[in-house]
Design a protein. Structure first.
Length: 368
C-alpha cells in the first residue's frame, strides 16, 4: 500500500528507537478470505511485546476541511476502526506475515504476545486546536485502550525515552495515568515528566512539569553512554551470518532498560580495558531485573582460543543455574595480533531445572 510522508518519518523514528530487526513497515498480508489487507501502518514486535501503529496525516488537500472535523473523521473514526481491525486479525487469522527493513519476514502468529499497545499518531501542518490537543486517548466500548499522540510529541518521546523497554514502560504508565485523569486536559510534556519523577503515584503534581528541562538535559548527557546503535550495527555486520543466535542476542539487548544498558556497556568497557587472563577467570556479571536475563562477560588470551567456546558456555550455564534464570547471554573477548578484539557469544534459553553437577559446582563456589 502507498505510504504518506508521515508514515515514512514515523518508520525512520521507529528504526532508531526499536532497531531494524523489530520494526515492520511492510505489513500487507493475504487474509483467510483471500483479500489482501494491512495489519497496521507500522508494527513493533519485540518478543512478547507488540505495538500497533496507525498514522494519519492532515495534508494540504485536507486543509480545506475544518481541523476538528478532520480529526473526528480520520483519527477518532477511521484510525480507531483500523486498530480494531488489527486486533481482529490477530485473533482470527491463522498466519500474518510481516517484513522488516532488513528483508526478514516472520509469521506474527507464531509469537506468544502478552502485551499490546495500540497507537494512533496524527500529524498536522498547523497548530492543533485546544479541543484536538486535549484528546490523548480513545476507549472503545469493549474496553480497548488506544493511545492518541501528536507526531511531534511522539518524536520527542522516542528521543528521550531512548530504549524500547522505556517506551513500553512509558506507554503502560500513560494508559494508567490517563484513565485515572479522565476528563482533564493533560499535556504530553507533563505525562512524560511525571513518568520520570514518580511513575508509581498517579497523583497530579504540577511541580513535575518544572523539572522537564532538567530531565531532558540529564537524558541528553546519558545518551552517548547508553546508546547501543553502533554496537548493534557491529552485530549486524559480524554475527548474523556466523552466529545463528544473532537475532536473540539483539533481542535481549533491545529488552534492556536504560539502567540495564548502562550495566551492559559499563561491563563491556571494563572488559575491553582488562588484561586477558588465564583460568580460573574473574568474571563481570549481572542480571537484568526487568527482562530476567543474565549476562556474563569474560576475556581470554589469544593462545587459549581453543578453549573459549567451552569456557564461555560452561560459565554462562553456571551463572544461569546459580540465579535460577531461564535465559543467559555470555560474551567473551580475545585480542588478536593486530590489536583487534574478537567477540563471541553464547546464548542459553531453557527452563531452570535442578542439576546435581551444577549444584556441586555452586556449593564449591560458595565454599560449602
Amino acid at each position: 500500500m502507498l505510504t504518506n510522508n508521515s508514515e515514512q518519518i514515523i518508520t525512520t523514528i521507529n528504526l532508531n528507537m526499536f532497531y531494524r530487526e523489530f520494526t515492520f513497515d511492510k505489513n500487507d498480508f493475504r487474509a483467510s478470505d483471500g483479500n489482501k489487507v494491512e495489519l497496521a501502518d507500522n508494527v513493533i514486535w519485540l518478543d512478547d511485546l507488540l505495538i500497533l501503529i496507525q498514522i494519519k496525516e492532515r495534508n494540504h488537500a485536507d486543509a480545506k476541511t475544518d481541523q476538528e472535523k478532520w480529526f473526528q473523521n480520520k483519527v477518532l473514526k477511521k484510525a480507531k476502526n483500523q486498530v480494531k481491525n488489527s486486533l481482529k486479525f490477530l485473533k482470527e487469522e491463522q498466519h500474518i506475515y510481516i517484513s522488516n527493513p532488513l528483508g526478514q519476514t516472520f509469521d506474527l502468529k507464531t509469537a506468544d504476545i502478552r502485551k499490546v499497545h495500540n497507537l494512533i499518531i496524527y500529524h498536522l501542518n498547523e497548530a492543533p486546536t485546544s479541543s484536538v490537543s486535549a484528546v490523548k486517548m480513545y476507549r472503545c466500548t469493549d474496553g480497548t485502550f488506544i493511545h492518541v499522540i501528536e507526531s511531534r510529541d511522539y518524536s520527542n518521546l522516542c528521543r528521550y525515552l531512548i530504549t524500547p523497554a522505556d517506551m513500553d514502560d512509558y506507554l503502560s504508565f500513560r494508559e494508567r495515568f490517563l484513565l485515572s485523569a479522565a476528563e482533564m486536559y493533560i499535556p504530553e510534556q507533563y505525562i512524560f515528566a511525571h513518568f520520570f519523577k514518580n511513575p508509581e503515584d498517579l497523583t497530579i503534581c504540577p511541580a513535575f512539569l518544572e523539572s522537564l528541562e532538567e530531565i531532558c538535559s540529564q537524558i541528553d548527557e546519558e545518551r552517548s553512554e547508553i546508546s547501543m546503535f553502533d554496537f548493534i550495527d557491529h552485530l549486524n555486520s559480524t554475527l548474523k551470518v556466523a552466529n545463528p543466535e544473532y537475532r536473540v542476542i539483539v533481542r535481549e539487548l533491545a529488552k534492556l532498560s536504560r539502567a540495564g544498558l548502562s550495566c551492559f556497556k559499563e561491563r563491556l568497557l571494563k572488559l575491553l580495558n582488562k588484561e586477558p587472563v588465564d583460568f580460573p577467570v574473574s568474571l563481570l556479571r549481572f542480571v537484568s531485573v526487568r527482562s530476567g536475563c543474565g549476562f556474563v562477560f569474560m576475556k581470554l588470551r589469544r593462545d587459549q582460543e581453543v578453549h573459549w567456546m567451552n569456557a564461555l558456555r560452561n560459565l554462562t550455564e553456571q551463572f544461569k543455574y546459580k540465579h535460577r534464570l531461564e535465559r543467559c547471554l555470555g560474551v567473551i573477548m580475545h585480542p588478536d595480533d593486530d590489536r583487534m578484539i574478537d567477540v563471541n557469544w553464547a546464548y542459553i534459553e531453557r527452563p531452570w531445572l535442578f542439576a546435581p553437577i551444577l549444584e556441586r559446582q555452586l556449593e564449591y563456589e560458595l565454599g560449602l
